[in-house]
Design a protein around this ligand. Structure first.
Ligand code: S3P
Length: 171
């Protein structure tokens, strides 16, 4: 199996900040699927959603993931919150390395994303209800996709990274 560590979880779970802390701690490079997608498409995420819809964005996610599986090892990979939703992507993720789910409460998500403008799926009137509804639907999928689940509420990226490294045996 490949030696990547993949961070999954809801928007605002801290995948990027924890990814940075973990990469530094383990001396591994860090990649982020959202960044790879914007580089590949030459557009921002809101522009991709605007032009090609969520389906178009999800298609690029799968392409990027398949590419990572081909070319990447010994890397921390932070993936967009919706990437594990496609069954095809979950199968690719499990071959890519250890999948770690950063589990956060709806309150933490709300607190971090209340002034958010870059996530097209949260540009709705009632964001609180939207976050609750999406978390309810996605949690079981994240749990199913993950090898490890880490509670991320009220803890620093460094503390979370330390727990991941320890549980993965990369202390
Ligand atoms: C999405 C999460 C975003 C980004 C896009 C869709 C989602 O990434 O991929 O806006 O469906 O949850 P982050 O989880 O890094 O915010």
């Amino acid at each position: 199996m490949k030696q990547n560590t993949i961070l999954i979880g809801f928007m605002g779970a801290g995948k990027t900040t924890v990814g940075k802390a973990l990469a530094e701690r383990c001396g591994m490079p860090l990649l982020d699927t959202d960044q790879l997608i914007t580089a590949k498409a030459g557009m921002t995420i809101p522009e991709i959603f605007e032009l090609s819809g969520e389906d178009g964005f999800r298609r690029i996610e799968t392409e990027v993931l398949a590419d990572l599986l081909e070319h990447t090892d010994h890397t921390v990979i932070s993936v967009g919150g919706g990437l594990p939703l496609r069954e095809e992507n979950r199968a690719l993720l499990s071959r890519l390395g250890t999948v770690v789910y950063l589990d956060v409460s709806e309150e933490t998500v709300w607190d971090r994303l209340k002034d958010e403008t870059d996530r097209p799926l949260l540009q709705v009137d009632n964001v609180v209800d939207k976050i609750r509804e999406m978390l309810l639907c996605r949690r079981p999928i994240y749990e199913q996709a993950a090898h490890l689940t880490v509670r991320a509420d009220g803890r620093s990226p460094g503390q979370i990274a330390a727990e991941i490294a320890e549980r993965e045996g990369k202390k």
